[in-house]
Design a protein around this ligand. Sequence first.
Ligand SMILES: [Zn+2]
Ligand SMILES: [Zn+2]
Ligand SMILES: [Zn+2]
Length: 339
Amino acid sequence: MHELRKDILLGRWVEVMSESKEPSEYRLPIAEAANEKNCALCAGREAETPHEIISIRRQGTQPNKSGWWVRAIPSFAPLFKVEGNLERRGVGLYDRMNSIGANEILIESPEHAVKPEDMGIEQMVRVIRLYRDRIMDLNKDLRLRYILISRSSIIDTLMTISHPVSSLVATPVIPKKIKDELENAKQYYDYKERCIFCDILREELKVGDRIILETRNFLCFCPYASSFPFESWIIPKKHSCDFQEISQEEIEDMGFVLMSVLKKFRAVFQGEVPLSYFLHTAPNRVPRRNHWYTLGDDYHWHLEIVPRLVKRSGFELGSGLFILTTSPEKAANFLREVG
Ligand SMILES: [Zn+2]
Ligand SMILES: [Zn+2]
Ligand SMILES: [Zn+2]
């Protein structure tokens, strides 16, 4: 079993894989991604995948058979496993626990080569519904503290699947990046009694020059102090801390916004650009209800899109002070103006 270890200096957890790679394995080129011929995630090869957890499929078709539009299955090599106990304990000075959690593959289409921006709004709506349904379901497991859904182009070291998929990882701890957001949002709320995200929304709507796209329910913009050039956020205008409370109308609107922005990226960079996006929503707060008493008011879910354009310099790695080689205003302008 993999192990979670806490960095007591930085207050973050890391996952240590049970089977360690040899130095030589890092020198090898990234494993060839499965092509269409040997892809077990394509329609018609359901028998070769772990049993599906849930699917959205044509009426009258059977689970684990063809006829599905989107499917959630357990990961082939899960980072976190559902079975077992956490066994939190100290090891000398340090803290560790078993990597209990969940790791699922959310298959976005029966078609192998389709990109999210090209799958059509109906299919994108099913993908977002699958996100919502999986978060709702896993939130019932009181051992799980956080559920993160993300999507990456093939360049990712953990991504060796070329079929269109999102990844879901549910962890027994709140990851550091989320924790920082939660704590800063809470501090801001304690001081101002307003949601920091709602304030950012108002400010961006007022200033306007970092806006990429605005619809009835969503704003898409480049954050004022982004971590990466061309970083873009999609945020609901209505205050809500839990993504899973999204309405049907908002799902359709979000699908439209996400597809539009991805198309804009393709147009601005004149071709496909490697990118990741991930959903930041509230943690599962059932286990420590009192701990989160203002969370419903102080946190606001959003989707962050990060194009993978740059490698970090030594200075950036050492300092955590990131350098933006395109200003958020210029980036938003490129994305806004392109068709
Ligand atoms: Zn495939
Ligand atoms: Zn808000
Ligand atoms: Zn965030």
